[in-house]
Write a new protein. Structure first.
Length: 244
């Protein structure tokens, strides 16, 4: 696999829905069991090839399989069947701040999260000031993140992920972080990474962000690919088919 290349072939994944069956006294006495709900098919035979440096937006209704696709690409969730391969360093901006130690300071969490992505301490030290400045948290760097507001917490998560120099960048609805000025900074930073050759796979309900950022759109519906082509055509298909 070339750095930045993505291959999904006939990828399928289902999830069990766990719920309390709420058995009645009659069912307990007679030994009957209503059983649980059927598994949810998040991905259905999805095939997708993304070339190094390509920018791809994934759109679809809630539950269409968008986030499941990113989690598979990030190797967070295994496939039930099919093939998934991603070349090079992958940075997934799925849940900003996931893995933060809340009793650790912002500065300590920068080192912790960067180390989880394979960066050595000297590499992190070289990026530290830029990360804190990007997040606007210079004066709060030595406070525990448990004292941060939700906005501060999310800004630090994005700032760390945005300075990791990925071959593949997976982004899920995180461009709505912070105020409008910070959102512009996020888009500009992603544009810089794309200009540097990074492959982007972006999930967003904001069609404007998709059209500004991506050259190609994949539309998912009930876990299956129903469109794969130029961004403008993909957004039009998405709207015309009432998949919004």
């Amino acid at each position: 696999m070339r750095p930045g290349e993505i291959v999904l072939e006939h990828a399928s994944r289902a999830f069990e829905v766990r719920a309390d069956p709420g058995r009645t006294l009659k069912e307990l006495v007679l030994g009957r069991n209503r059983g649980g709900p059927a598994p949810v098919q998040a991905l259905r035979d999805v095939s997708l090839h993304v070339a190094p440096g390509e920018t791809v937006g994934i759109v679809g209704r809630n539950g269409a399989g968008k986030t499941s696709t990113l989690r598979v690409l990030a190797q967070i969730v295994p496939l039930d069947s099919g093939r998934c391969e991603v070349g090079g360093r992958v940075v997934a901006q799925l849940e900003l701040g996931a893995g933060f130690g809340r009793s650790f300071t912002g500065r300590e969490n920068v080192f912790l999260n960067a180390a989880l992505h394979g960066l050595e301490k000297p590499e992190v030290e070289a990026k530290l000031d830029d990360i804190l400045d990007f997040a606007g948290l210079d004066e709060f760097a030595d406070l525990p993140v448990a004292t941060y507001s939700q906005g501060m917490y999310l800004r630090l998560g994005f700032a760390i992920a945005a300075h990791l120099d990925p071959d593949v960048l997976l982004v899920d609805e995180v461009l709505a972080v912070g105020d409008e000025a910070f959102q512009r900074k996020c888009e500009e930073r992603i544009a810089e990474q794309i200009a540097g050759g990074a492959t982007l796979v972006l999930v967003s309900h904001d069609a404007g962000v998709i059209e500004r950022t991506c050259e190609r759109v994949v539309v998912l519906d009930h876990g299956a690919v129903v469109f794969d082509g130029p961004a403008a055509d993909g957004i039009a298909f998405y709207r015309e088919e009432a998949l919004v």
